[in-house]
Ligand binder design. Structure first.
Ligand code: XMP
Length: 509
């Protein structure tokens, strides 16, 4: 087992970011809800308590038995975490008198303190809190202050317990990474040896041990996650992995054939299943986006189930679940917070009676890509933009017909291939085209036309949770627009979506 840092989640929106920053230091870490933390094992090197929307002044504030950890191994409290430790040590925590949200500067730093080594005076830190630690007892030492917050960072004198009022995990905290490195590497003494190579070695060995000679079935989607999961399992058990790649008729132009081909080149034991007609039949006449998603999910399960039954004696179902899905489903927001239904198209029913194996469930998306690169998976698969499970069905507003799919595939193909041709593809996080139900008047030659409006969408993002529209060059947009209107029959107008998320979403449905 790799050594690790445990992050106790008190419900802050930034908890995942803390984990990402720790992982960037090549140190493995896990997030657990504060009220469901596994017992300490020897591989745990330190604890981080996250922030929270709650206040320690509330009667019912979330809390834990700190004596399990404090003084036994290094602990870092961030924002609420810091307030909680201070509060439990008889400090006074009061509502902030001035607004403490956004940038502040460290005006005093005890550089001799190991947590603050190499931090510079005036360094920008990012604050976001409604409470302030005011009076502190003698056994707490203030180690950094800002202009308005005296206890910006503190240490319990007799132990490696620290609290910081600001958020080192957000990029606005200029030296946040240095602080986290000081904690994780110098104070917790983690080795920084958690790399994709090590992950692959451990995971392949674990998979071999758990699966043995059993057969495993996996649904490939053409995306990064399922492809990387497949390659890892393939390394572990070879031909006993049976992959199924379903053509739902909602993929990009030529995608089924090209992706199937790359999978075969990668040595995977993969079966392509053409189920287009089943999907089109189930979608006929349905305009409501959620009903479309449900119909697609249902047919996918039917097709997958039929195929899986053809594999004699299969025991395991492999899935490309990644860490953000797991965290969302166990978040402190309570049992009602489940994985977003619309991101769960590949979920299979219990009656399949297969044991589930999810080799990527501890990884963030960028880590999955790194593992994919280390496994030498083709760049066309690893560098691929995310593509929604329901595919073009949620980019065709209104009901789906094979003709509309055909129009959108051509439009999308022109857009995406031009992004690739001009080298813009990798600068964009996700791009695609939308077929609107709007008909607009145009003029082609001497004739008036009355044809469809398509929209182009390209966004920059880190994880899809927030996104901004890409400032694609006008010349590029002009070329793509005229190529679409000239080549795609049925389209006479192209618009570009300039909405950010939030308040818009990336997909239109
Ligand atoms: P939104 O539209 O919510 O999308 O901003 C965020 C990311 O999720 C993808 N997405 C989906 N993925 N099934 C999926 O597998 C879906 O139903 C679905 N809806 C949105 C979207 O493409 C973007 O990457």
């Amino acid at each position: 087992m790799p050594e690790k840092i445990l992050i106790l989640d008190f419900g802050s929106q930034f908890t995942q970011l803390i984990a990402r920053r720790v992982r960037e230091l090549n140190v493995y870490c896990e997030i657990h809800p504060y009220n469901n933390v596994p017992a300490l094992t020897e591989d745990v090197k330190g604890i981080i308590l996250s922030g929270s929307p709650c206040s320690v002044r509330d009667q019912e504030h979330p809390t834990i038995d700190l004596s399990q950890y404090l003084g036994k191994l290094p602990v870092l409290g961030v924002c609420y975490g810091a307030q909680l430790i201070a509060y439990e040590h008889a400090s006074e925590v009061t509502p902030s008198t001035i607004r403490e949200y956004g940038r502040a500067r460290l005006t005093e730093i005890h550089n001799s303190n190991r947590l603050l080594k190499e931090l510079t005076l005036g360094s920008v830190v990012w604050m976001s809190h409604g409470d302030t630690i005011k009076e502190i007892p003698d056994n707490i030492e203030v180690i950094a202050s800002t202009e308005s917050v005296r206890v910006a960072a503190y240490k319990l004198r007799d132990q490696e317990t620290y609290g910081i009022q600001f958020h080192p995990e957000v990029t606005h905290s200029a030296e946040g990474k240095t602080l986290l490195r000081n904690f994780v590497v110098h104070i917790c003494e983690c080795e920084q040896d958690w790399t994709s190579e090590q992950f692959i070695e451990n995971t392949v060995a674990e998979l071999q041990q758990t699966i043995g000679n059993d057969k495993v079935v996996l649904g490939l989607s053409g995306g990064v996650d399922s492809s990387v999961a497949a390659m890892l399992i393939h390394q572990a058990i070879g031909k006993n992995l049976y992959c199924i790649f379903v053509d739902n008729g909602l993929l990009r132009k030529d995608e089924f054939e090209t992706v199937l081909d790359s999978y075969k080149h990668m040595g995977l034991n993969v079966k392509g299943v053409n189920a287009k007609d089943k999907f089109y039949a189930a979608l006929a006449g349905i305009s409501d986006p959620e009903l479309k998603r449900k119909a697609i999910g249902r047919i996918f399960i039917e097709v997958f189930d039929d195929e899986a039954h053809l594999i004699e004696d299969v025991k395991w179902l492999a899935q490309g679940t990644i860490y953000p899905d797991v965290i969302e489903s166990i978040s402190v927001k309570g049992p009602s917070a489940t994985i977003k239904s619309h991101h769960n198209v590949g979920g299979l029913p219990d009656y399949m009676k297969l044991k589930v194996v999810e080799p990527l469930k501890t990884l963030f998306k960028d880590e999955v890509r790194l593992v994919g690169k280390t496994l030498q998976i083709d760049e066309t698969i690893i560098g691929r933009h995310p593509f929604p499970g329901p595919g073009l069905a949620i980019r065709i507003l209104g009901d789906i017909t094979p003709e509309k799919v055909h129009i959108l595939q051509q439009v999308d193909h022109i857009f995406i291939s031009n992004l690739k041709k001009t080298g813009l593809y990798d600068e964009v996080w996700q791009a695609g085209a939308i077929l609107t139900p709007v008909q607009s008047v145009g003029v082609m030659g001497d004739e008036r036309t009355y044809e469809s409006v398509v929209a182009l969408r390209a966004v920059t993002s880190v994880d899809g949770m927030t996104a901004d529209w890409c400032r694609l060059p006008y010349e590029f947009l002009a070329d793509v627009s005229s190529e679409i209107i000239n080549k795609v029959k049925g389209v006479n107008r192209v618009v570009y979506d300039i909405s950010s998320k939030p308040p818009a979403t990336i997909e239109w449905e």
